[in-house]
Ligand binder design. Structure first.
Ligand code: ZN
Length: 442
């Protein structure tokens, strides 16, 4: 798919870091691309009926911080507060965000940052980051006044009250069924229908059946409500990673040797552990997560490849992993009830084996990638990325460059550069599996 960086920028609907809004003239092009995405996802029918949000503003009313979203039609909503860090989360049906230029205002009152986007198919989410503890003081939907738009209003007051409780629109006829209760009320009620994380028998032989195509899972980092890094031009990492994933899939598909799957094919949020679960569920023999982060020093540029290690190879790698591992927090997922670690001794054994394979794959990839792009010093690095923790799937994370660096950003926005990158990744993967096949024969 041919997609220019400029068009991608139009799709960046993320506002936590900047309050830039799509220029009006470009919106049609952006819209065309959104429609193209929808067709790919097989959702073109549904999109026609989406509520359009045309205004999003925060203000202070009688000591409360008030959020108002103008909508083209009535919607159901559910809102709840989360702690550590303090956030307010609002779930709405899938929304077509088409704010009037300049209509999105800066954070205000108790709210220090916010973002919105798809959190799963059919559900758009708004996350408000709070400066200090706050609770939902009220939420309601106002019917159209003179302006002929519905208004969703939510008030936040300072203090800690009703944490964990959710406030939802009254059950209406248009709502088909209540959400199934999957967890205790005190927790985040999001239930994501995705493959479950199963623990393997470590004895699983990874590379059987050499006649069949090798399964490779490509994981475009971030997505939906989690934009990832934002480049100087305003482009979001989530759009770069999806475009690169598609280019790599195209490259691998052309060889006929692989069955290539993406963890997401559209601008949608996926929890880190679900990315891992998808790889395992699909029987991946190689998992590659794609990223393009920012770093404080804007001069730093170049590609790097990471594999899993409890101990980070250097400070930068450790910081990067820490940032990446926060994706679930950014998306308003409550992690307080989840087991912190997935490792035990059995998994450890399987993991050691796949860590060796991962390192080998990283070697092949780096050798090919250095022919087509500039590399970061110590190109192969180690860190505790949550997304690399499948115990039995060799897993790599490629930081394709730094969006904080203007030259790297320009490259990453170029479809030509991404194709070149994809070509090198394909060659590296080819070499990795040739070696695997040879080892199987011996
Ligand atoms: Zn990232």
């Amino acid at each position: 798919m041919k997609t220019s960086g400029a068009r991608y920028r139009l799709m960046a609907l993320t506002l936590n870091l900047c309050t830039k809004i799509m220029p009006l003239a470009g919106r049609l092009a952006g819209l065309a691309l959104i429609v193209a995405f929808a067709v790919l996802a097989g959702a073109s029918q549904a999109r026609a009926q989406l509520a359009v949000a045309s205004d999003f503003r925060l203000g202070i009313h009688a000591k409360k911080t008030r959020l108002v979203i103008e909508l083209s039609q009535a919607v159901d909503y559910r809102a709840f507060a989360l702690a550590n860090p303090d956030r307010i989360v609002i779930d709405l049906p899938e929304i077509d965000w088409r704010m009037r230029p300049g209509s999105v205002r800066r954070a205000e009152g108790l709210v220090q940052g916010f973002r919105f986007g798809l959190v799963r198919p059919g559900t758009s989410r708004v996350v408000l980051d709070l400066k200090r503890p706050g609770y939902i003081n009220g939420a309601f939907l106002l019917p159209p006044g003179d302006g002929a738009m519905y208004r969703f209003v939510l008030d936040i007051a300072a203090g800690r009250q009703s944490l964990g409780k959710s406030l939802a629109s009254a059950p209406a006829a248009r709502r088909p069924k209540p959400e199934p209760k999957t967890r205790p009320a005190a927790r985040d009620k999001v239930s994501i229908r995705q493959p479950r994380l199963r623990f393997p028998s470590p004895a699983r032989k990874p590379y059987l059946g050499r006649a069949k195509r090798h399964v490779v899972v490509i994981d475009p980092g971030h997505g939906g409500i989690d934009p990832g890094a934002i480049g100087p031009s305003g482009i979001a990492e989530k759009n770069i990673t999806l475009a690169a994933a598609r280019a790599i899939k195209a490259g691998l598909d052309r060889t006929g040797r692989y069955k290539v799957l993406l963890t997401r094919g559209r601008d949608m949020f996926i929890q880190l552990r679900h990315r891992v679960a998808i790889a395992r569920d699909k029987g991946a023999e190689l998992f590659i997560s794609l990223h393009a982060d920012t770093i404080r020093n804007k001069k730093v540029r170049g590609l790097s490849v990471y594999t899993l290690s409890e101990r980070a190879s250097d400070k930068e790698a450790g910081e990067l992993a820490m940032r990446e591992n926060k994706a679930d927090l950014i998306a308003g997922i409550d992690l307080s009830g989840q087991a912190s670690g997935v490792t035990n001794i059995l998994i450890d054994l399987a993991q050691r084996e796949s860590m060796n394979e991962s390192a080998r794959a990283a070697g092949f990839l780096v050798a090919e990638l250095k022919r087509v792009t500039r590399l970061l010093r110590n190109t192969h690095r180690f860190a505790g990325f949550a997304v690399l923790k499948a115990p039995d799937v060799p897993s790599l994370l490629i930081e394709m460059g730094f969006l904080s660096n203007a030259r790297d950003e320009r490259s990453l926005r170029s479809a030509k550069f991404r194709r070149r990158l994809a070509g090198a990744v394909t060659k590296g993967i080819d070499r990795f599996f040739s070696r695997v096949e040879q080892a199987d024969r011996e």
